[in-house]
Each structure stands twice: as C-alpha cells, then as structure tokens.
Ligand binder design. Sequence first.
Ligand code: NAD
Length: 246
Amino acid sequence: MNLYKEIAEIIKNSNYVVAFTGAGISVESGIPPFRGAQGLWSKYDPMEVAHIESFLKNPTKVWEMLREMFEVVFKAKPNPAHIVLGKLEKLGYLKAVITQNIDGLHQLAGNTNVIEYHGNCRWLLCLKCGKKEPVKKELIENLPYPICKDCKNPLKPDVIFFGESIPFEIMQKAENEAKSCDVMLIIGTSGIVYPAAGLPYIAKSNNAIIVEINLEETPYTQSITDYFLKDKASETLSKIFHYIGS
Ligand code: NAD
C-alpha cells in the first residue's frame, strides 16, 4: 500500500483526529515562516521585534514591522493544505485544529474548532486598560502607532509575543485536545516554540498515531513521529485526501 493511502486509511479508521499546525502550512499562502530567512524576516529579527519587551520599549519600531506583516497576512488566502483540513472536519474526521499561526486561514478554510495558541491578528488589545478593538485599516495606519480610544496607550495585536504567557484556558483546551486524539497531524512546525511544541508529546503519551508533514526533520521526527512525509503541506495533504474518498 502506498504511504498516502495508508495514512488515509488510518484517518478513516480513527475516532478523533487533531491537527497541530505551524507557520509552514501558510507558506504556500505567501506568509513567510520565522525560520529560514525569507521576506519579512530577512529584514526584521522576529525574536527581537516580536518580543514584548521591544513592544513596551519602542512600540513605534514594532508597529513598523506589524504594518508590513498585516499587509502580507490580510492578502493571504487558504491554500490546498488548509482546504483539506476544512474538508476533513466536514467529513467528521478532524475534530480540532490547534494552530500556532495568527493568520486566521484555518477559519477561512472552514474549520470551526480552531484553538489559536498564539492569538490572532483580528483584534488589537490595550495592555493598560484591557480594551479590545477589532482591527481596522484606519487604526493600523494611525502614526506612530494605533492608540486606545479610552486611555491613549499603544494598542498591541492580540497575539502572544515572545516573553508573554499563554492564557490558561487556551493551554488547557489545547492539552485536552492533545489528550483526546487518536491521530495527530503535525503540519509545518519546527517544534521548538514552547509550550505549544509540547502538545504532540502529550498526544503520543496517550497513544496517538503521529503523522508529521514538513520539508525537514524536526525534534519530533526521530522521537515520536510514526509517519514522516517530507514534502510540502499542500501536495501531501491533497494526496492523502485523494484516498479519503476512495
Ligand atoms: P517556524 O517558522 O519555526 O517553522 C516553520 C516550519 O515549517 C519549518 O520546520 C519548515 O521546515 C516548515 N515548512 C516550511 N514550508 C513548508 C511547507 N510548504 N510545507 C510543510 N512544511 C513547511 O514556525 P512555527 O513552528 O510555527 O513556530 C514559530 C512561531 O511563528 C509560531 O509561534 C507562530 O506564531 C509564528 N508565525 C506564524 C505565522 C503565521 O501566522 N502564518 C508566520 C510566521 C511565524
């Protein structure tokens, strides 16, 4: 049996599939990942500009990067990898997507149970008074940075910057999904940003079958991965999906 067909059979025979996704799944939608010097990140060091300390010290500089990032993210559309995950949910196999991405592409592809581990780009948050505003063009274009209507402090996208903690409810929800699944699809993540990166180990310790799709090996590959597919997410998931219906 070919590998794609074998994985399709595993999905069809499963009770509860969960996908754990990272920046790599959105690369084919035109959003560059952090690792690998491409596009935006050859100009900015994410560990520097996406750190909460940098935002607090110099929101003007961080917003220069954020404006460019928003432009890339809001132009992006779901690619075949996102679309296959949407279809797997519709067919009843995929129960949840835990994503480290902030781009909202899983929801656009039709997934309804999406745990956004690192927040999202749709809201802006005031760190001072806690007010949340939906992202609007005029707010983002406000120079030197968007400010809170109420307390006039800088607004920050509602994403988790390096140095910030993950909200407890999100960690708990994601852990529960990782514990519940009998198959986990790990797609396009380098597996090094913790605590998110720990979720596949939780799934494995609860006997889930681990299917990993990535262009290169990660810390998971030799330790917990059962099936490693070394190729682009869109092609690989489309090939697997081909056998789901047959
Ligand atoms: P990462 O940048 O560390 O790693 C990306 C991984 O994807 C790499 O292992 C790479 O080999 C793989 N990859 C690249 N292109 C691929 C493709 N076409 N198909 C399959 N795999 C591919 O990303 P990460 O592990 O998600 O962790 C970094 C952090 O970056 C996350 O916290 C996330 O919040 C943030 N981030 C998000 C976005 C987004 O929302 N789209 C983009 C950049 C960074």
